[in-house]
Design a protein around this ligand. Structure first.
Ligand SMILES: [Zn+2]
Length: 218
């Protein structure tokens, strides 16, 4: 409900809804501030959690339990949280398996947000994807761990749009492509810790967008 009221929502232009959504300039096209970012982050958490809460039993057994959301920290202001007794680093976003929470560096969030608001949705959906992986039995978790999280992010964000919870806006697709360009590894996936090249990340995200959660499972 909250989400529908916020017009700036969005991520990814759905191939089928581009025409329907294209129209007058949206609030998202206007200058964005850190306040907007905070609101987008809250919306992203709400959207992603709602998707999994609503659809979990369609895909998996057991009860859906969301990860905790630690939220942001910033160099010179707040230290990164501890994860399994070790402090997380700056300039990254995380899902901490040991303590089951997601967290992110606010400077990293702000940096990506300059590309567009799609950034925060991608970050939250990707890290939440890791939390989902942690809840699955081993046979459902792929060795291409990071690419599977990208796939789950695509599945959730497009799924939320199909549910009518998230609205797509013009320009989001370009933002996603740009984000993957900046985040991709320089070499192809070879190891479980690799994220994959920009093309591999985009391709995984698109697989989730097209085929949903089941398209992300082995
Ligand atoms: Zn990841």
């Amino acid at each position: 409900m909250r989400v529908r009221r916020w017009k700036a929502l969005c991520l990814v232009v759905a191939w089928s809804s581009l025409a329907a959504v294209a129209g007058p300039a949206s609030p998202a096209a206007a200058a964005r501030s850190t306040d907007d970012m905070g609101q987008d982050v809250s919306t992203a958490v709400y959207v992603v959690d709602s998707y999994w809460r609503t659809h979990w039993s369609r895909f998996f057994t057991g009860k859906y339990v969301p990860p905790a959301v630690y939220g942001g920290y910033r160099r010179g202001v707040t230290k990164p949280p501890l994860c399994g007794g070790r402090r997380l680093g700056y300039d990254n976003a995380w899902y901490c398996i040991e303590d089951d929470y997601i967290a992110w560096d606010l400077d990293l969030m702000a940096q990506g947000y300059r590309i567009g608001d799609a950034w925060v949705y991608l970050v939250v959906a990707h890290e939440w994807g890791h939390a989902v992986q942690a809840r699955l039995r081993d046979s459902l978790v792929m060795s291409t761990y990071e690419l599977q999280a990208d796939c789950l992010a695509g599945a959730v964000l497009y799924g939320a749009a199909a549910d009518g919870v998230l609205r797509f806006e013009r320009g989001d697709l370009e933002e996603i492509a740009e984000i993957h360009r900046r985040l991709g590894d320089e070499t192809s996936w070879t190891d479980v810790t690799d994220h994959g090249t920009a093309a591999q990340r985009t391709s995984s995200f698109n697989r989730g967008a097209r085929y949903g959660v089941r398209g992300c499972l082995p």
